[in-house]
Design a protein around this ligand. Sequence first.
Ligand SMILES: [Zn+2]
Length: 73
Amino acid sequence: MNIIRSISSWNAGRIEKKINEMKDIGNCPDCKGNGFITTIASYYTPSFDLLYDCPGCNGTGQYSEWEMQQNPM
Ligand SMILES: [Zn+2]
């Protein structure tokens, strides 16, 4: 299953690149700095009820907040 392994490492590389980009601009990689995340359902029925505070950054949209969540002391 080398193909699956190489795809997953390729994916990991992409995610790492994205995180570095977000770090440069100071935005949370999970929500791109929006502070909230949308669900699949919100694409069908747009509503603010379906927006959730981003758990990665506690809804702040800040990279620094997100980073602290990744490495809890
Ligand atoms: Zn976030």
